[in-house]
Design a protein around this ligand. Structure first.
Ligand SMILES: [Zn+2]
Length: 342
């Protein structure tokens, strides 16, 4: 790719220009596509641009090196500073949410931009909305890179707050819900797992979560996300969600718009179970329900009743287990929903 400069005009390779622009403006992120149409006027530090060009030894065509003297002629270094700054400005990025282990952060940038969180490709909807998630044991930072359609780049190191998680002991569960399973039970657990995996094969690209998350019901919080579970004295995986105690039959509402991807009334561990896809791999999960009032494929709106509280599956009493995922990371639904209303 070549790029024409103004006036008497030599032809410069885009690569050379980028180097100059970066050295003049101290702008770390520039790319070829940015340059187009923005170097009519050139009034910056000619000397440093010349040096930058000389150090690169680039040429406009094979066997035709661009000399420093020639550069004086074309005044390549007199690039209009403001125009350059505007053309190189990183894409605007607005972030809002919990920068913490288990947190979700909503983002908005310009349409067409692409987003990376560390080495993860993040989905961006046509209006520029995207979501980020941090798991329970996330290290203390993450790097966000947003690249506009024309190659301008925003980079930010996010600090991720470290959180304390409890140990929770639950005794009195039937043994066959904790550790000793019959062949039949193992077969059922296997079939359930397949259903769950199949429900998670795709996501809608739309940011249906855009208006945020409400609590699916109110009640006493009886279990926290991230706590180490010891069930009948046996250490188990961390608790994947927040438990809300409420009487059997209490309606459970969709916390945000979404599409139901799984609706089962009798899962081995989860009992009455619903998955809702809120787009861009943001998922909410509801367990132990006594009734399931939606079916896979249903489009649900925020606030719509999807089921009722129960004690089905592995539960000692009526409550809703509510968990949330971002991609393959479990995140804390409580942080996403904020303080519970009275
Ligand atoms: Zn639970």
């Amino acid at each position: 790719m070549t790029q024409k400069s103004s006036g008497k005009s030599g032809r410069l390779t885009a690569r050379g220009l980028i180097f100059i622009l970066a050295s003049l403006g101290g702008v770390a992120f520039a790319s070829a596509a940015i340059i187009s149409g923005n170097q009519d006027k050139i009034d910056n530090d000619a000397q440093s641009a010349k040096q930058a060009l000389d150090s690169l030894h680039f040429s406009d065509a094979p066997g035709n090196p661009v000399s420093a003297a020639h550069m004086d002629d074309v005044k390549i270094a007199a690039l209009d500073n403001q125009a350059i700054k505007a053309s190189l400005a990183p894409p605007e990025v607005v972030l809002e949410g919990a920068f913490a282990q288990g947190g979700l952060v909503r983002g908005k940038t310009e349409p067409g931009a692409s987003v990376k969180l560390d080495d993860i490709d993040v989905m961006v909807d046509p209006e520029g909305w995207f979501m980020l998630g941090f798991h329970r044991d996330h290290p203390d930072s993450a790097t966000l890179v947003v690249t506009s359609k024309d190659g301008r780049q925003y980079q930010q190191v996010l600090s991720i707050e470290d959180r304390e998680f409890n140990i929770e002991r639950i005794d009195g569960l039937p043994d066959n819900k904790v550790s000793t399973y019959t062949q039949e039970e193992l077969a059922k657990i296997g079939r359930d797992k397949e259903k769950k995996t199949a429900a998670r094969m795709k996501t809608t690209p739309d940011a249906l979560w855009r208006d945020g998350f409400d609590w699916p019901l109110t009640g006493r919080i009886s279990g926290q996300f991230g706590s180490q579970r010891i069930l009948n004295g046996v250490p188990k995986r961390m608790h994947s969600g927040v438990d809300i105690a409420a009487p059997t039959g209490t309606p459970v509402h969709a916390p945000a718009d979404g599409i139901v991807t799984l609706a089962e009334s009798d899962m081995y561990f989860e009992g009455g179970l619903v998955f809702i896809d809120h787009g861009q791999w943001v998922e909410t999960i509801f367990m132990h329900m006594s009734e399931v009032k939606v079916k896979a494929g249903d489009r649900v709106s925020k606030g719509q009743v999807i089921g009722a509280v129960g004690a089905t599956g592995r539960a000692t009493g009526p409550h809703l287990h509510w968990s949330m995922k971002w991609k393959n990371r479990l995140v804390d639904a409580k942080l996403a929903a904020g303080p519970m209303p009275e």
